[in-house]
Design a protein around this ligand. Structure first.
Ligand SMILES: Cc1cc2nc3c(=O)[nH]c(=O)nc-3n(C[C@H](O)[C@H](O)[C@H](O)COP(=O)(O)OP(=O)(O)OC[C@H]3O[C@@H](n4cnc5c(N)ncnc54)[C@H](O)[C@@H]3O)c2cc1C
Length: 417
């Protein structure tokens, strides 16, 4: 079958890989000159099934007010006259119950665990390398209340059989020796030993090269302007390189996915939530993290990527605005400067932002639509790197008419009614 994948972020490229493996004739189209130049470019680098959880949870509305008022707070809302923004925020609130949280988290962990296993298999099969490490991730708590609040997550992880450890200060230092220098700054941590780390941009580019070897055609630098429907099917995509057609289509346009679906009468609650990162060269190995340390107070992830430290975080609800705001960088500088003061050279750091394609229930939208040949693979929010291989494989299985290895019915857009 001829399949056109719209989008060459990590999700589009992973979809293309598994579709090509399943024997399809695949073309990928994207407006950027190369794969992974938008949200998949400089994320925090965590492949973290254990940390897979929706942002919407019990107690979050109260915490959100605190975060909005905090210096270096992890959340900023810039209200706009955009109905999609307000509807999405109302849907987030509706997901802040214990019952919804448990359903959403279990669903996310299922996909993320599957995805991490596929990533390992892909490494073994292809030898792909991307500054990866398999040394777990550590959520670091500065306050005792944060440590106590992990009990619920621990229970869900235990049910799903995901290994995890609650650590005291010494335990955290055993996992991340550089933290010995700042032991007075934290009270404990929660470690997920099976989590991994790696550079998503590097991975996507190398996977795209493997795809090209398998015959996948990449049409980079092509803007998709609109999609056309005929007789309950997608007829093709109007682009600035002409009208592109295929037997089936996978829409993987990240935060921009709802914009092309809306004129077709298809509505998915995916909204952009801006995040920022800095990437600094390591100047002292012993003072740098060995894996990811998630500074829970500021919701900032500090990750070792080869000879660099990547620091990512903050959630700015501001529509499609890509302004790089110095105040947001100050939060990242503050967190890494506090926990790993001598690890990296912040004066040489690069500064970046990207739009997380967020759903209100944290779960991506993967599966069929009411148009018989249009499939979605989008809405991966905070965890697109973690969930990429699993999402790509699931969409390839669905399009190929094969039963997927994990349950997929509750990942499709039909869950929104
Ligand atoms: C600060 C930050 C930290 C993060 N940290 C992590 C992390 O540690 N772990 C993790 O798992 N995830 C993380 N994420 C989330 C992860 O980066 C995203 O979920 C993932 O990159 C989304 O991939 P995507 O392929 O869906 O979107 P994108 O990478 O944005 O790809 C979409 C593609 O569609 C193309 N496109 C859009 N519109 C058009 C059009 N009209 N015509 C042609 N092409 C178009 C774009 O050019 C782009 O290449 C983080 C995100 C941010 C912002």
């Amino acid at each position: 079958m001829k399949v056109l994948v719209l989008g060459s972020g990590v999700i589009g490229v992973a979809s293309a890989y598994y579709l090509a493996k399943a024997g399809h004739e695949v073309t990928v189209v994207d407006r950027q000159p190369a794969p992974a130049l938008e949200t998949s470019y400089a994320n925090a680098g965590e492949v973290s099934p254990g940390y897979s959880a929706p942002w919407a949870g019990p107690g979050v509305p109260v915490k959100a007010v605190k975060w909005l008022l905090m210096k270096h707070g992890p959340l900023v809302v810039r209200p706009r006259l955009d109905p999609a923004m307000w509807i999405w925020m109302a849907q987030m609130l509706a997901n802040c119950t214990s019952a919804r949280y448990a359903v959403n988290k279990a669903r996310m962990v299922r996909l993320a665990e599957y995805s991490r296993d596929l990533l390992r298999a892909l490494r073994a099969e292809t030898g792909i390398s991307y500054d990866e490490r398999s040394r777990g991730t550590l959520q670091l708590f500065r306050e005792a209340a944060q440590l106590e609040a992990t009990a619920k997550d621990a229970a869900i992880l235990a049910e799903s059989g995901v290994p995890h450890e609650v650590l005291d200060v010494e335990g955290c230092i055993r996992a991340e020796p550089a933290l010995a220098r700042v032991r007075e700054k934290f009270v404990g941590g929660f470690r997920l030993p099976d989590d991994e780390t790696g550079d998503c941009h590097l991975f996507t580019q190398k996977l795209a090269a493997l795809c090209a070897d398998m015959g996948v055609v990449f049409r980079q630098g092509v803007n998709i302007k609109a999609l056309s429907v005929e007789g309950g099917r997608l007829a093709g995509a109007s682009t600035d390189a002409g009208f592109l057609t295929a037997d089936a289509y996978v829409l993987a346009l990240g935060s921009f996915s709802p914009l092309l679906l809306r004129p077709l009468g298809l509505s998915i609650p995916v909204y952009p939530v801006k995040g920022y990162s800095i990437t600094a060269p390591i100047i002292d190995e012993a003072a740098a993290p060995v894996s990811t340390v998630m500074d829970e107070t500021y919701k900032v992830a500090i990750t070792r990527l080869g000879d660099r430290i990547r620091v990512g975080g903050t959630a700015e609800v501001c529509g499609y605005d890509m302004t790089l705001r110095p105040a947001r960088r100050a939060t990242l500088d503050h967190s890494v400067g506090d926990l790993f003061p001598d690890g990296g050279d912040l004066t040489k750091a690069s500064f970046w932002c990207g739009l997380r394609p967020m759903t209100p229930d944290g779960t991506p939208v993967i599966g069929p639509t009411r148009l018989s040949n249009l499939y979605l693979n989008t809405g991966h929010g905070t965890l697109g790197w973690t969930m990429a291989c699993g999402s790509g494989r699931v969409i390839a299985d669905i399009i190929s008419g094969r039963k997927a290895d994990i349950e997929t019915a509750d990942l499709a857009m039909s869950r929104y009614g």
